[in-house]
Design a protein around this ligand. Structure first.
Ligand code: NAP
Length: 280
């Protein structure tokens, strides 16, 4: 039976560490969040970030903009926040309503305030192994592996999903940790043959109960990134948890696994940005 990786407890530790370190800075770190429109899921995420900031002693400034906001207005706000010395990190909650161009907005955020690590400069620095920031979800997963003393070095790691936010940077971090990494996606043939080889399996697809027990090697570490809703509207991941848990050595639950760690790593990135801005 697998041990459960407690992302919630670990995230609380990370946030407490951030709170202690942030309190040592001469100026309170500041996070500016841009939220356009009324998307209910986005509202929930932004509320969560505000709570995390409060818990860590970080100033959060949420800019709630109407759905009618133009691209020009949005870019002007980003420009103003780039130049605001009380702002250490800027994030724009995605998805943006049509017809706003998220790529252009993300690229306009100053790289030193890009605490989501989405800017091409920061993605490039990550790719060559000299990151300025670590992308929150993959960094949270690496932190979980470290905390539970699960080495990636020499292990066969299989990442399901190749998005810019999760799959690709996850593969980079596992490679940099000396894992041997295979990235799978919707065009992968014989997917179960790939997943069955994984010592560490990271699933970031977004399909409820997609990963069944027969797709998992005995003793594998199973990390479930997804946040799906099942037929009863309950939050769940990609992994058929009840069936896979007896076979794995370690497993992350949903909720209470990767999600809280993603949020905690955002706070850590903010601390990093604030320290740099205050030369600490
Ligand atoms: P995404 O951009 O939609 O990417 C999904 C990836 O899964 C794509 O690469 C896609 O392949 C692949 N895929 C889809 N169906 C597949 C299949 N049947 N077999 C193999 N691969 C398949 O999603 P994302 O932003 O990476 O997020 C993935 C999941 O993680 C979502 O459930 C999201 O809600 C969750 N998430 C959670 C956190 C957290 O903090 N816990 C953070 C971010 C995301 P193609 O590239 O070929 O289309």
């Amino acid at each position: 039976m697998a041990g459960r990786i407690d992302g919630k407890a670990l995230a609380a530790q990370v946030k407490e560490r951030v709170r202690i370190e942030a309190a040592k800075l001469p100026r309170r770190p500041g996070l500016a969040v841009i939220l356009v429109g009324e998307d209910p899921a986005s509202q929930v995420y932004v509320n969560g970030k505000e709570r995390d900031c409060a818990a860590c002693g970080i100033e959060s400034m949420t800019h709630r903009l109407p759905v009618s906001t133009s691209q020009k207005e949005l870019l002007a706000l980003v420009e103003a926040l780039n130049g605001d010395p009380s702002v250490d990190g800027i994030l724009c909650q995605l998805p943006l309503p049509e017809p706003l161009d998220a790529g252009e907005v993300l690229n306009a955020i100053a790289p030193d305030k890009d605490v989501d690590c989405f800017h091409p400069v920061n993605v490039g620095l990550l790719a060559i192994g000299t990151p300025a920031f670590l992308p929150c979800t993959p960094a949270g997963i690496m932190e979980m592996l470290r905390a539970y003393e699960i080495p990636a070095a020499g292990k066969r790691c299989v990442v399901l999903g190749r998005s810019n936010i999760v799959g690709k940077p996850m593969a980079m971090l596992l490679t940099q940790a000396d894992g041997t990494v295979t990235v799978c996606h919707s065009r992968t043939e014989n997917l179960a043959d790939m997943t069955r080889q994984a010592d560490i399996l990271v699933s970031a697809i977004g399909r409820t109960r997609f990963i069944t027990a027969d797709m998992v090697k005995e003793g594998a570490v199973v990390i479930d990134v997804a946040m799906n809703r099942d037929e009863n509207g309950k939050l769940c991941g990609d992994v058929d948890f009840a069936a896979v848990e007896p076979k794995a050595s370690w497993i992350t639950p949903v909720p209470g696994g990767v999600g809280p760690m993603t949020r905690a790593m955002l706070m850590e990135n903010l601390l990093t940005a604030a320290r740099r801005h205050q030369n600490r």
